[in-house]
Design a protein around this ligand. Structure first.
Ligand code: SAM
Length: 240
């Protein structure tokens, strides 16, 4: 199954539940931006690549940015449209790499929540970084957050309990290949008193922190900050 199909047929249906309380997650995101002094300084335009239901977009709009949110999943973008209406957020149902995303100059680009690992190849990551670099104004910033898949989980450690409540249990199963990780989202949902199993898999790229830092440097970015929060790398880079 392609990543797009995986989201459409499976993950998007329970993504909000998986993330948990939106306000809590959004305010943690806002806190990260504030700690890193992310605020509008130039033309205010920011592009959120792979916005999902809006954790970063909403936080950035609250900081005063003009937010353009891009995602290929309609269900998640519809949630964001409702939440972001008052904040003037514009949503675009299209692929991350679509050239149209990079037409307007921006002072900030974000691609967070492991979205970059959803691309099909390292060449696509390079293309995304390169297009982001060219569309940023001088001193504009790019913020990425992603998991490092360098160390292979083995045996029973590959079964990751993600979330459970009285009606749903989500487990993620990882299988490691040389360049990719096959991710299987295994959901048990209680419907009319019976547990129903739904399973779907897709591939992520086996990115590492080192690989992303090297790609950023090659494209011309200066890395300002790298921080690990809940096993996710948060990286702030600048176009000098
Ligand atoms: C793990 S979610 C992260 C969403 C959000 N940034 C967050 O932190 O909650 C990845 C998002 O990227 C989107 N996505 C993945 N590959 C994409 C692509 N090639 N083009 C557009 N959107 C994509 C998915 O639909 C999903 O909403």
């Amino acid at each position: 199954m392609t990543t797009k199909e995986h989201y459409e047929n499976h993950l998007a249906h329970f993504y909000e539940w998986m993330v948990g309380d939106f306000e809590t997650a959004q305010s943690e995101t806002l806190d990260f931006f504030e700690r890193n002094r992310i605020k509008p300084l130039q033309n205010k335009v920011t592009i959120d690549l792979g916005s999902g239901h809006g954790l970063q977009s909403i936080a950035l709009a609250k900081l005063g940015f003009k937010v353009k949110s891009v995602d290929f999943n309609k269900q998640l973008l519809d949630c964001l449209s409702i939440r972001g209406k008052e904040l003037g957020i514009q949503v675009f149902l299209q692929d991350l790499l679509d050239e149209v995303n990079f037409k307007e100059q921006a002072e900030l680009m974000v691609c967070m929540g492991d979205t970059i690992a959803h691309l099909e190849s390292v060449d696509d990551i390079r293309l995304l970084l390169d297009r982001s670099f060219r569309c940023l104004v001088k001193n504009g910033k790019l913020i990425l957050s992603y998991c490092d898949y360098g160390t292979e989980l083995v045996d029973i450690n590959r079964f990751i309990p993600v979330k459970a409540d009285d009606n749903k249990i989500l487990t993620c199963f990882l299988e490691y290949f040389i360049y990719k990780v096959k991710v299987t989202d295994l959901l048990y949902e209680r419907i009319d008193g019976h547990w129903v199993q739904r399973v779907s898999s897709y591939f992520k790229l086996r990115i590492t922190n080192r690989m992303i830092e090297q790609l950023l440097n090659k494209v011309g970015f200066k890395i300002l900050k790298c921080e690990v929060i809940n096993r996710m790398n948060y990286l702030v880079a600048e176009k000098e």
